[in-house]
Design a protein around this ligand. Sequence first.
Ligand code: NIG
Ligand code: FE
Length: 422
Amino acid sequence: MTLLFVNARQVVTCAGPARARRGREMADAGVLTDAAVLVEGERIAAIGDARALAKVHPRATEIDCSGCVLTPGLVDSHTHAVFGRPRYDEHELRAAGLSYMEIARRGGGIHASVRDLRARAEAELYDLSATRVRRLAAFGTTTVEIKSGYGLSSDDELKSLRVIGRLAADLPLRVVPTWLGAHEIPLDYRERDAGRAEYVELLKGEMLRKVTDSGLARFADIFCEPGVFTVAESRAVLGAAKSAGLGVKLHADELEYSGGAELAAELGAASADHLGAISGAGIAALAKSGTVATLLPGTMLFLGRSKQAPARALIDAGAAVALATDFNPGSSPTVNFPLVLTLGISLLRMSAAEVLIAATVNGAAAIGLAAETGQLAEGFAADLALFEGEDFRELPYWYGDRRCRGSWSRGETCHPYEPGLG
Ligand code: NIG
Ligand code: FE
């Protein structure tokens, strides 16, 4: 199928090198006016003058962008989209003064989602997750990373990874699977003195082996945070995962300083995520490394915390910053990626170009796909999103609104075109 996207008010390409953009490189999103995009099969074949492209490809099916803005499909590089029950009860508890960690200590938080997921049939979990992932797509996301992490046993982690695998096979979005068996120490292990060490052994040994044998995960992740996994434990688990051929990522310095950012740089992690409490040394370490700093401002907002990750300091130091939703039932139940871009400008003090690069090219780099998606350029996957508005800065501006009028993943419809909106 050959498609020609015409009549876009702006084509925002984010085009450039096929790697994460760092520091000042993030300031240019590549805005074209009077440009058309030609798609042949799964790939972008050309970007240029509409009439010239139409002449060379007279049989291309035209997609009328009706004066909207065409961008790369958004790349949401951090979600926990496979879960059962929503945890709205904890939202109120936090407002009443209980902290995220205190709720976890009382057996709620991640533990509550673990109990719930273990009790559910795989088919039911699949149906719940598929509906939610389609909602992510309705906001312009065409690539999504999904973590396991509410199973915390070999069988239940594999159950989650199989659900993620089925989502990848059935849904039009591109799905990247991450094993997060190290999301928490299960309650029954926490109760025993030797339980912690036993769980770390299980992660590094049997569970990792079963995960790699299944071929169902591309990355391993860990919650490296005071009260959860230490830096030494994280180094051991991710070191083993790396030796077994998985890419590695970390939840690092989310609520309190852990040294996770420095560890991410040391391990050559694809990304260090959250970074609400990163140190100066952590910023310097990431700036010097190839690790993407993935910021999740929706999480801090939803948890009611006033402190946000130091995006400006990271970018100014020359780090590569990505943004993502962290979609999960506890700390960030949103499918609205453009709203996260709003927070990137309003709370993290990034520019509109920076938040778009963070949600496309740099999101792709955070999941090892910088040569595949995240930019509109010849040879890249035909992953596109169409947003209502005459300027791309309207996407973060109309905060909370759903401006996506259609999206395409590898040249196929991802979110159906909605010409009637607006
Ligand atoms: O990224 N911090 C760990 N994981 C998630 C929250 C998971 C949950 O509360 O269910 C996060 O914030
Ligand atoms: Fe997370």
